[in-house]
Write a new protein. Structure first.
Length: 281
C-alpha cells in the first residue's frame, strides 16, 4: 500500500467494458486502506455508489444528516450526489475495503442487503466468507484484464449474494411488514391445501420463523398456523356444502393424511363433525 497523509491505501480504477455497460451493474473503482490517527474523508459527494466494508477499527459516518458509529463487521454505502463524511477513531483506526459501482441493478441489489436511501449503514454483516470474496475481488481488480470482465462480474454478484444471505439470516435488512405480509398471505392462500407449514412460509419470505410468527400476529391478529387452519376449514365447508365429494376426498384434497385427522380438526374448529354438518345441511 502507498502512504498518504491520512492513510495507507491501494486504489484500483476501472473503465467499464461495453459488455459490462450493457448489463445491470459495473464496477468503477475499488481499494483498501489502513487509516492513520488523523483519518477523515469529506464532507464531499460522489456520482456513483460505493460500499465500504469495515475489516477492523471504528469511526463515525455521516450522510443524510444522520451520524452513526461504524465498527468492524459493518458496511456503509455512499450514495450518488449525497454529501457524506467519515472518520476514524484515533485509538482504533479503520481498516476498510471499498467497491464503487453503478448500473440499473445497483438499487435493488443494495436493497437486498439492507441499504436504502434512508438506511445506508448495516451493522455486523461481514463474515469469513464475505471477506474471502473481497480478497478474490481485489486479486482480480489488480489485473484489470478487459477479457476477464465476466469473471469479475461473477465475483461481484457472488459478493452481493453472500451479503444478501447474511442479511436475511441476521434479520439485518429493514423489512416493510406490508411487503412480506402480503407475500406470505398470497403464498398461504395459494398453497394451504398442500400441507405447508409455518416454517415453509417463513422460509419463503426470508424471515426467521419466530420473528415471522410474532410479526404476523401483530399485523394480522392471529398466528400463521391459525390463518392456515382457517383457510382449510373455510374451503372444507365450501366443499361439504357442494355435496359433490366424499368426506375422504375432501380430507385428502386439503392435505390431511387421513379421514380421522381431518374430521378431528373440523370438529375442533366448528364443534360438529363433517358428517354431522352434512346431515344438518
Amino acid at each position: 500500500m502507498k502512504e498518504f497523509s491520512h492513510e495507507y491505501a491501494e486504489h484500483w480504477f476501472h473503465t467499464p467494458t461495453p459488455m459490462e455497460k450493457a448489463g445491470g451493474l459495473w464496477p468503477i473503482r475499488a481499494g483498501h486502506n489502513k487509516a492513520k490517527s488523523n483519518y477523515k474523508m469529506g464532507p464531499r459527494m460522489i456520482t456513483y455508489y460505493s460500499v465500504h466494508f469495515i475489516l477492523d477499527g471504528e469511526g463515525m459516518f455521516t450522510q443524510n444528516e444522520t451520524n452513526e458509529k461504524i465498527q468492524q463487521g459493518d458496511i456503509f454505502c455512499l450514495l450518488p450526489n449525497q454529501t457524506h463524511q467519515y472518520s476514524s477513531n484515533p485509538d482504533h483506526p479503520l481498516k476498510m475495503f471499498w467497491l464503487a459501482f453503478n448500473g440499473k441493478q445497483a438499487i435493488p441489489l443494495l436493497k437486498r442487503i439492507g441499504i436504502t436511501n434512508y438506511s445506508t449503514h448495516v451493522k455486523g454483516i461481514l463474515n469469513e466468507e464475505i471477506i474471502e470474496i473481497l480478497e478474490r475481488l481485489a486479486t482480480h481488480l489488480k489485473k484489470d484484464d478487459e477479457d476477464d470482465d465476466l469473471f469479475g462480474l461473477s465475483i461481484i454478484y457472488k459478493l452481493f449474494h453472500s451479503l444478501s444471505i447474511q442479511s436475511k439470516q441476521k434479520n439485518l435488512a429493514p423489512t416493510t411488514p406490508r411487503n412480506w405480509l402480503k407475500k406470505s398471505q398470497e403464498y398461504m392462500d395459494m398453497h394451504f391445501a398442500e400441507n405447508i407449514s409455518v416454517k415453509d412460509v417463513a422460509k419463503y419470505v426470508g424471515i426467521h420463523r419466530s420473528y415471522f410468527t410474532d410479526s404476523f400476529v401483530n399485523e394480522v391478529g392471529v398466528t400463521p398456523s391459525k390463518y392456515l387452519l382457517a383457510l382449510k376449514m373455510n374451503r372444507a365447508l365450501e366443499l361439504i356444502t357442494e355435496k359433490t365429494h366424499t368426506i375422504t376426498e375432501i380430507a385428502l384434497s386439503l392435505g390431511y393424511s387421513d379421514l380421522y385427522s381431518f374430521s378431528r380438526a373440523f370438529k375442533n374448529y366448528y364443534e360438529v363433525s363433517p358428517n354431522q354438518y352434512l346431515t344438518k345441511e
